[in-house]
Design a protein around this ligand. Structure first.
Ligand SMILES: Nc1ncnc2c1ncn2[C@@H]1O[C@H](COP(=O)(O)OP(=O)(O)OP(=O)(O)O)[C@@H](O)[C@H]1O
Ligand SMILES: [Mg+2]
Length: 310
C-alpha cells in the first residue's frame, strides 16, 4: 500500500506538472531539482509505479507521473471538493433552531453565517410575532458566553462599545434594533466593519482579530440609517400563510403552552381567518381553561362566537 506522506508528494508533483507545459518544456521530464524532492525518494516512487523515468543521462534523470499516479490524484481532488464541505454543519448541530417552526431558509441562512469564517451580518425584519426574537434567543442558547443578547432600547449606560470591548463576544444579538440610540448605532457602524473607535479608551479597543458577527431584529427599517442598513443582509420575514399559521400555532401551543394536541388543533382551527398573530393564540390558550375556547376568542377578538351579550 501507499506509504504515509507519499500522497502529499504525489499531489505536490501533480501541482508542479499542472503549472508547466509537460509537452514542450518538460518533454524529457522534470528532475528532482524542479520538484524539490530528494532523488532517493523519487526513485522509490518510481519503483512503486508512481513515476515514469522518461529520460536518463549522467547528469539528468527526467521523471513524470504515471497514469496510476494521475488516477490517485484525481480521486483525491474529488474527495477534497466533495468531502469536507458538509462537515461544519455537524458542529452547529441540528439542535439549533429546533424551537422555531418553519422558516427553513432563514435557518439555513443563519447557520451559514454563524459558520462563516468572516462576518456576514443579518437583520431579520417584518411584522410582529414571526419568531424574530426566538431566532436570536436560540442563537444565544447555543453560543452561550460567545454571544451577547441586547435589546436596542435597553443597552447599558456604559454603552455598546465598552460592553463589547469588555466581554469580547463573537456574536452580537440585537433585538429591536430600531430603538437603539444614536451613539450606540454609530459605534455599531464601526464595529461591523472591524474598525477602531477613535475615542476608545485604552483597554477599550476591540480585538480586530476577533471580528464580530451581528444578528439583529427589527420591525421597522425606516429608522435605520442607510449606512447601517447597508452593513446588513436584510432578511424580511413575511406574515404566515393560512397553513403555516395553523402549523405554527399548533406547534407553539403544544410545545410551549403544554396543551393537548386536540385543544391546540381546536384553537388553531377556530382562529383560522380571524387572526394572523401567534400571540393571539397563546392568549386564548391561557384563558381557555377558565372560560372555554369559544368564549376566550370572543372576549379577546370580539365578534360573533360565544354568547355575544357583553
Ligand atoms: N415559527 C415559529 N416557531 C415557533 N414559535 C413561534 C413562531 N412564530 C411565532 N412564534 C411564537 O410567537 C411568539 C412571538 O414570537 P417572537 O417574539 O419571536 O416574535 P417577533 O417576530 O420577535 O415579534 P416582534 O416583532 O413583535 O418582536 C413567541 O411565543 C413565539 O414562540
Ligand atoms: Mg421580537
Amino acid at each position: 500500500m501507499m506509504k504515509d506522506g507519499d500522497m502529499e508528494l504525489i499531489m505536490e508533483i501533480a501541482r508542479f506538472e499542472a503549472s508547466v507545459d509537460m509537452e514542450k518544456e518538460y518533454r524529457i521530464g522534470w528532475s528532482w531539482r524542479h520538484v524539490r524532492i530528494w532523488p532517493a525518494t523519487l526513485s522509490r516512487l518510481f519503483k512503486d509505479g508512481y513515476l515514469d523515468n522518461v529520460f536518463r543521462s549522467n547528469s539528468f534523470t527526467g521523471y513524470k507521473l504515471t497514469e496510476k499516479a494521475k488516477a490517485i490524484v484525481l480521486a483525491n481532488q474529488q474527495e477534497d471538493t466533495v468531502g469536507p464541505q458538509p462537515k461544519p454543519m455537524v458542529n452547529l448541530g441540528d439542535e439549533l433552531f429546533t424551537d422555531v417552526i418553519g422558516h427553513e431558509d432563514v435557518k439555513i441562512l443563519l447557520k451559514a453565517t454563524l459558520l462563516a469564517e468572516k462576518p456576514v451580518h443579518v437583520m431579520l425584519t417584518g411584522p410582529p410575532a414571526l419568531a424574530k426574537t426566538l431566532f436570536l434567543w436560540d442563537i444565544e442558547q447555543t453560543f452561550g458566553e460567545q454571544a451577547i443578547w441586547l435589546v436596542g432600547s435597553a443597552i447599558s449606560k456604559a454603552g455598546l462599545w465598552d460592553l463589547v470591548a469588555e466581554r469580547e463576544p463573537k456574536i452580537l444579538l440585537i433585538d429591536e434594533m430600531d430603538k437603539m440610540n444614536a451613539v450606540d448605532m454609530a459605534a455599531l457602524l464601526t464595529m461591523m466593519e472591524g474598525g477602531r473607535l477613535v475615542r476608545a479608551k485604552r483597554g477599550r479597543e476591540l480585538d480586530i482579530n476577533n471580528p464580530l458577527k451581528v444578528v439583529a431584529a427589527s420591525n421597522r427599517l425606516e429608522k435605520l440609517s442607510p449606512e447601517l442598513r447597508s452593513r446588513f443582509a436584510i432578511r424580511k420575514l413575511n406574515a404566515y400563510g393560512r397553513s403555516e399559521f395553523l402549523t405554527v400555532v399548533k406547534g407553539v401551543l403544544v410545545r410551549k403552552e403544554g396543551l393537548s394536541d386536540e385543544l391546540a388543533e381546536e384553537i388553531a382551527r377556530k382562529l383560522d381567518g380571524r387572526s394572523q398573530d401567534v400571540r393571539d393564540a397563546i392568549r386564548i390558550a391561557r384563558l381557555a381553561p377558565q372560560v372555554g375556547v369559544d368564549k376566550a376568542i370572543s372576549l379577546l377578538l370580539g365578534g360573533e362566537t360565544g354568547t355575544g351579550s357583553d
